[in-house]
Write a protein that binds this ligand. Structure first.
Ligand SMILES: Nc1ncnc2c1ncn2[C@@H]1O[C@H](COP(=O)(O)OP(=O)(O)OP(=O)(O)O)[C@@H](O)[C@H]1O
Length: 258
């Protein structure tokens, strides 16, 4: 049994009366492609923010590769890469300058940063736009340059919050290829999504979150159980099958003006 990449115990976060994360225990195995899935407002972003040291929990602990996120932040930050939701980048740098800056900030020698940046820009199909300012990048290009910056120091664990949102199928395929290559080398990817088909096709390990609590964890096959798809299992786990489907919106559609 390999060491857990991420170990979360008793994690809580409240925003006023709102419980965003209500006591999460979670062990994410190393070397896996892990999907953190849940409906809107389930607490995925809040959980990932606490796990990566961006938001202080009210209660609970998080360890990454055996290091406590809040007691040993430098060791943790050296081992992780993060592509957060609503990624903020230095807009007035070019893509290449942004990578040079990230690499030097991580303590990599200049020549190594140059080499890795060239390779990442190439693989992510950004070589042609490397001298363009980030402010002029499209949504997909921003995700890709953010991913390159998060990978440059070769982290053990990569956290991605909705990495495919706003990304066209070609760029999504490119990102996917890079992530598959990365996990094949033994690294761990943890990404959040509410797109079940994507999680089902990419992940081999899944944690289902709803209303701030973990509803199921395990391999894709374990979480799917007897259901034909992860989507069907997910709808049952989050209790969505009970929800009304808009049958009382009797005024909607048909085009008739009343
Ligand atoms: N800074 C904040 N202040 C107040 N409430 C917050 C804050 N951040 C999150 N919340 C609330 O906490 C809950 C969990 O939000 P969170 O963004 O973690 O969910 P999510 O699963 O990432 O959702 P989505 O898929 O829609 O991005 C929601 O009810 C949200 O309104």
């Amino acid at each position: 049994m390999t060491e857990a990449a991420v170990r979360v115990r008793g994690l809580w976060k409240r925003f006023g009366q709102q419980v965003a994360v209500g006591g999460i225990d979670l062990e994410l195995p190393a070397g896996r492609f892990v999907g953190l899935v849940g409906p809107n407002g389930a607490g995925k972003t809040t959980t990932l923010s606490m796990v990566t040291g961006l938001l202080r929990p009210d209660e609970g602990t998080v360890e990454i590769a055996g290091h406590d996120v809040w007691r040993d932040p430098v060791a943790v930050k050296a081992r992780i890469g993060v592509l957060p939701e609503g990624l903020r980048l230095f807009e007035r740098l070019s893509g290449r300058e942004l990578l040079a800056y990230s690499g030097r900030l991580r303590g990599l020698p200049g020549a190594e940063v140059d080499k890795r940046a060239t390779q990442l820009l190439d693989v992510l199909d950004l070589a042609g736009a490397q001298h363009k300012l980030v402010v002029d990048y499209s949504t997909g290009m921003r995700k890709k340059i953010g991913l390159a910056a998060a990978l440059l120091h070769n982290p053990e664990v990569l956290f991605l919050d909705e990495p495919f949102e706003g990304v066209d199928p070609v760029s999504a395929q490119t990102i996917r290829g890079v992530l598959e290559r990365y996990t094949a080398s033994g690294a761990t990817v943890v990404f959040s999504s509410h797109v079940m088909e994507l999680v089902e096709s990419l992940c081999d390990w899944v944690a289902v979150l709803a209303a701030g609590r973990i509803r199921a964890t395990g391999t894709l096959a374990e979480v799917r159980g007897a259901h034909p798809t992860l989507q069907a299992a997910f709808l049952e786990l989050v209790g969505a099958h009970d929800r009304h489907t808009g049958s009382d919106l009797d005024w909607l559609g048909g085009g008739a003006v009343r």
